[in-house]
Design a protein around this ligand. Structure first.
Ligand SMILES: Cc1ncc(COP(=O)(O)O)c(C=O)c1O
Length: 396
């Protein structure tokens, strides 16, 4: 017997993309370039591998579920400096936990933050649309109703929280927000985040802010959820933020990040891990500690992406609808028929891109807000990025 509620698990962006391109051979004689996945193609700094090697005597230890003291201390210091938090606002013991990457924790929140009933009814999980598939997975896990908040040009690609009906907010157990957004690279303002926290407190739901792209910016660093909590007086009730080394330090294979915020949720998370989920191995925690303490490699990553943005603007800058995103490493281009275009570009140019409709869902009116766009990831070295962009430019 397999739980039939799991059926939608096969329905995430890249599974859908694989089905869509099934049977279409990429152009013969051209090296395939995958501008589809948001996976950094550069390596984490060498000192990360050295820290893992130096911790190799620790493979016989069960890692502490919340992370070791050095890791939690490094994260607390980093958050305090990065977001200008008042000294003492974050209590390392109560407010911070290691996670095995944001994907895992975002999904697990569907269980951890969602009761069986909210105000006597089926709970709701609010999420942006387009979305990262774990948000929808969380709704499956929590047997909650996913309610999609469309990100559109009209709302600056940031869900209009104040337009969510009170009837929905009363049932909301968990609300996912992502800033900078994927795929549009928009940055939520401090006021926007403050308003989100106020709503979370007014209707008593957990606000989970996915900040995994927070360090890939040019110019001003994006505001964050904890900064908004500080501006509202410093309480961490009803809010958690999630960060990761995947984009910041080019280490998605490390499976390491952290969640910080609401003490009750953070405390429960560690207990939950004790029962049935992986905690980050100690040698990897040592590498992660070193990575959170170092900003030089992050600055060099930012320079790498800034160069890719420069190339994107050079190659696509005169195309209708092109703009440089505020943050992140995705170009979002308008397309009349995103699916047909994606297939054509794969067939004729061996370049893989993503129709944003595959990252989104139809809303209650049957509108898929991702349909008019394709997403192009600027994750390769400059030369490969340029080659991929030059191959696809004539199609826009
Ligand atoms: C918006 C968003 N959230 C979360 C993740 C998961 O990242 P990780 O689990 O590697 O931290 C991704 C990965 O692409 C993402 O795009």
């Amino acid at each position: 017997m397999i739980n039939p509620a799991l059926q939608p698990l096969s329905d995430y962006t890249f599974a859908r993309l694989a089905r869509m391109l099934d049977g279409i051979a990429p152009a013969a004689g051209k090296r395939p370039i995958l501008l589809s996945v948001g996976e950094p193609q550069i390596q984490p700094p060498a000192f990360a591998a050295e820290a893992i090697a130096a911790g190799s005597h620790l493979w016989n230890k069960y890692p502490p579920p919340k992370g070791d003291a050095a890791f939690l201390g490094a994260v607390t210091d980093w958050l305090t400096t990065r977001y200008g938090l008042p000294a003492g606002m974050l209590d390392t013991e109560r407010h911070v936990t290691s996670i095995s990457g944001t994907r895992e924790a975002l999904y697990q929140l569907g269980f951890l933050a969602v009761p069986e009933r909210k105000n006597g009814r089926q709970p709701v999980i609010l999420m942006p649309n387009p979305l990262y598939h774990s948000y929808r997975g969380a709704a499956m896990l929590g047997r909650a109703e996913p309610v999609y908040m469309n990100a559109t040009p009209e709302n600056g690609f940031l869900p209009a929280l104040d337009e969510v009906a009170p009837e929905i907010l009363e049932r909301t157990a968990l609300c996912f927000l992502c800033t900078p957004t994927n795929p549009q690279g928009r940055v939520a303002s401090l006021d926007y985040l403050k308003r989100a926290i106020e709503l979370a407190r007014e209707y008593d739901f957990m606000l989970a802010v996915d900040e995994c792209y927070a360090e890939i910016y040019r110019g001003v660093p994006p505001a964050g959820g904890l900064q908004a909590a500080a501006a509202l007086g410093g309480s961490l009730k009803n809010i958690v933020v999630l960060h990761s080394l995947s984009k910041r330090s080019s280490g998605p294979g490390l499976r390491s990040g952290f969640m910080a915020g609401d003490p009750e949720l953070v405390g429960r998370y560690a207990e939950y891990i004790m029962f049935g989920s992986a905690s980050t191995p100690l040698p990897i925690q040592h590498a992660a500690t070193a990575l959170w303490k170092d900003e030089a490699h992050v600055e060099s990553n930012r320079a790498h992406y800034a160069e890719n943005w420069r190339i994107a603007t050079q190659v696509l800058g005169n195309k209708k609808g092109y703009h440089e995103a505020e943050a992140g490493f995705f170009v979002c281009m308008p397309a009349d028929d995103a699916e047909a275009l994606t297939k054509q570009i794969w067939r004729e140019q061996a370049v893989k891109i993503v129709p944003v409709g595959l990252m989104a869902r139809e809303d209650a009116e049957g509108v898929n807000p991702g349909d008019p766009y394709v997403r192009i990831a600027l994750v390769y070295d400059a030369e490969t990025t340029e080659e991929g962009l030059r191959r696809i430019a004539p199609y826009f």
